[in-house]
Design a protein around this ligand. Structure first.
Ligand SMILES: Nc1ncnc2c1ncn2[C@@H]1O[C@H](COP(=O)(O)OP(=O)(O)OP(=O)(O)O)[C@@H](O)[C@H]1O
Length: 261
C-alpha cells in the first residue's frame, strides 16, 4: 500500500470536558473518495477542522504526505495541498465571480513560483479562472458580484475556488446543502469527475446516504467523536453499528460482514 496522502493518528480535541474527536486514527490514499458519516454532533465537522487546520488538536498527529503538519495552521496546510470548500465564508463578496477565482489561480501560481518560473499574464489567469467557472456552470455569471449570487451559486463558486488551488486533498462538507434540486447534479457530477481523475484524495462529509452510496469507495463512521466503523460502503451501511448508531434502527437482518472497527 503506498504512503497515505493524509493521515491522522490518535487525533483528539476537547472542548472543556467534552471530547468532540476522540483518538481518531485513519489514513486516506490518493485516488480514493472517503465519506465521513455519523449522527448530528458526532464530530464530523470538527474532524474536518482538525485536518484542515481550522482547529488545533489537544493531542494526536496530522500527517500530510508523510510530514507532520499538526503544528501548522490552515494557511500552511493549504499551501501543502489541502483544499476545502468553506461554505461561503471565504468569498470576496465585493469582487466579481471571476475575480474571486482569478485570485485563487494567482495564489496557487505564487506558491508554485520559483526563480525559474515564468509569471503568467493577467489574461492567462482570467482564462484559467474561466475554465474553472465553466466546470461548475458559473461561466455565464462571471461578471456578477459574488455577494449578489444566490446561495447555491455561492457554494459552486467556493468549489471553483478550491479547484483553482489544485489541491491534492479535496474536502467537501455537505457540498449540496441548501442547493436547489436542479443544482445538486452539477456538484455531484463535478465530484464524480474529480474522482475519475484517479489521482486526488477526496473526503466528503454527507448526511444523504444516496449521495454517499453513489460516490464513496469507503465510509468511515464517527459516533460520539470515535471512529466506530470503516470499510466498503455496502458493508458499513449494513453493519449493526451504522443501523443502530447512525440510522437509529435495529438492523433488519444480521449484519453482512461487520465493518472493521
Ligand atoms: N468550538 C466548539 N466549542 C465547543 N463545542 C464544540 C465546538 N465545536 C464543536 N463542538 C461540539 O463538538 C461536537 C461535535 O460537533 P460537530 O459539529 O463536529 O459534529 P457533526 O458531526 O459535524 O454534526 P452535524 O452533522 O450536526 O454537523 C458537538 O457536541 C458540538 O457541540
Amino acid at each position: 500500500m503506498p504512503e497515505p496522502v493524509l493521515e491522522t493518528r490518535d487525533l483528539t480535541i476537547r472542548f472543556g470536558g467534552h471530547v468532540a474527536v476522540d483518538a481518531v486514527s485513519c489514513a486516506f490514499h490518493s485516488g480514493t473518495l472517503t465519506a465521513i458519516v455519523g449522527p448530528n454532533g458526532a464530530g464530523k465537522t470538527t474532524y474536518f477542522n482538525l485536518m484542515s487546520g481550522q482547529l488545533t488538536a489537544t493531542s494526536g498527529t496530522v500527517l500530510l504526505g508523510g510530514q507532520d503538519v499538526t503544528g501548522l495552521g490552515a494557511a500552511g496546510r493549504t499551501a501543502r495541498g489541502i483544499g476545502r470548500a468553506f461554505q461561503i465564508t471565504s468569498l470576496f463578496p465585493n469582487l466579481s465571480v471571476i475575480e474571486n477565482v482569478r485570485l485563487a489561480v494567482q495564489a496557487r501560481q505564487r506558491q508554485a513560483a520559483s526563480l525559474f518560473t515564468r509569471w503568467s499574464s493577467h489574461a492567462d489567469w482570467i482564462d484559467q479562472a474561466q475554465a474553472y467557472l465553466d466546470e461548475v456552470n458559473l461561466g455565464a455569471v462571471r461578471d456578477t458580484m459574488a455577494a449578489a449570487l444566490p446561495h447555491g451559486d455561492k457554494r459552486k463558486l467556493e468549489v471553483a475556488i478550491m479547484m483553482a488551488m489544485e489541491p491534492e486533498v479535496f474536502m467537501f462538507d455537505e457540498p449540496t446543502a441548501g442547493m436547489s434540486v436542479d443544482e445538486v447534479p452539477v456538484i455531484l457530477d463535478l465530484i464524480h469527475r474529480l474522482k475519475a481523475r484517479g489521482d486526488k484524495t477526496i473526503l466528503l462529509v454527507e448526511h444523504k446516504m444516496d449521495v454517499v452510496r453513489s460516490l464513496a469507495d469507503r465510509i468511515i463512521v464517527l459516533h460520539n467523536g470515535k471512529l466506530v466503523a470503516d470499510g466498503e460502503p455496502a458493508e458499513v451501511i449494513a453493519s449493526a453499528v451504522v443501523q443502530e448508531a447512525y440510522l437509529g434502527q435495529a438492523p433488519k437482518a444480521p449484519a453482512a460482514g461487520a465493518a472493521h472497527v
